[in-house]
Design a protein around this ligand. Structure first.
Ligand SMILES: [Zn+2]
Length: 274
């Protein structure tokens, strides 16, 4: 997995080579947040100044060559609701948390020029691109979203709306807290233990404690759908100091941003889609 050179921004060539896609993930470096030591916090709800968050988002948008108002964000309430993003949603959640799409943790679109975005600090960003239909999906999968199969719900929404076929889609599971650092108890086990992949993605640590590989759980969910290739960033947000980590920083931390869009001017015409 290669990472691009723009300060504070990683790119995902394995997705961007599939079609006219923009696929990125920010680090904590290179921002202006007073609350986080000048870092690149991109979320409004974590005690940072609104002006700093907007300034940081402007830096990211500028580096990616997009308008900040092109972003669309969901509220991220740890549910499993997926929304189809149409052109009129442009800018939802971009300049304030209040305008984010309420109750939504996953977004899909085929509108060129819109960029789906989400905020992360340990939860799993799931990216799906469909080179055939020119559609993308982005999901926020913590343990609750993973239990709610949000990665699968996202692909199923793409299939229902755009006719996406798994064999023509490529997915990537982005940086998230790894098995090395993520310990969970009986509350999490109770909702995930009945999934077939539980033995593969966990290891018992002590009685009633497990280490959980959330990224692997989401990878398994994507593979079950027959998605052609499922890539894995393989980076633990808690181990690597270039990331914010909710667990490592005991809840007082900023957020990185995952971004995924179809580039402007690259879409199919309405006539081109069945
Ligand atoms: Zn780790």
């Amino acid at each position: 997995m290669t990472m691009e050179a723009t300060p504070g921004i990683m790119r995902w060539p394995v997705l961007e080579k599939i079609g006219p896609f923009l696929a990125a993930f920010t680090t904590r470096q290179g921002g202006t947040s007073p609350a986080f030591g000048g870092d690149l916090n991109l979320a409004f709800h974590v005690g940072d100044s609104t002006g700093a968050v907007i300034a940081n988002r402007q830096l990211v948008a500028g580096a990616l060559g997009i308008a900040l108002e092109a972003l669309v964000l969901g509220e991220q309430s740890h549910g499993n609701e997926c929304r189809v993003v149409e052109a009129e949603f442009r800018g939802a959640g971009a300049l304030s948390g209040e305008t984010a799409l309420a109750g939504v943790d996953a977004l899909v679109t085929a509108v060129p020029g819109l960029v789906l975005a989400g905020c992360f600090a340990d939860c799993v960003p799931v990216y799906i691109v469909d080179g055939e239909q020119g559609a993308v999906g982005l999901a926020h999968a913590g343990w609750r979203g993973t239990a709610g199969r949000i990665a699968q719900v996202t692909f199923e929404t793409m299939r229902g709306r755009f006719g996406s076929r798994g064999s023509r889609c490529v997915a990537l599971v982005g940086p998230a807290i790894g098995r090395c650092c993520y310990r969970v108890g009986p509350d999490v086990a109770a909702v995930l233990q009945h999934h077939d992949y539980w033995p593969e993605v966990t290891m018992a640590v002590t009685a009633g404690r497990w280490s959980l590989d959330l990224a692997a759980a989401n990878r398994r969910q994507l593979e079950e759908l027959g998605i052609a290739a499922v890539h894995h960033a393989g980076l633990c947000t808690s181990c690597h100091p270039q990331f914010f980590s909710h667990r490592r920083d005991q809840g007082r931390t900023g957020r990185m941003m995952a971004l995924l869009g179809v580039r402007a001017g690259a879409g199919k015409t309405p006539e081109g889609r069945e």
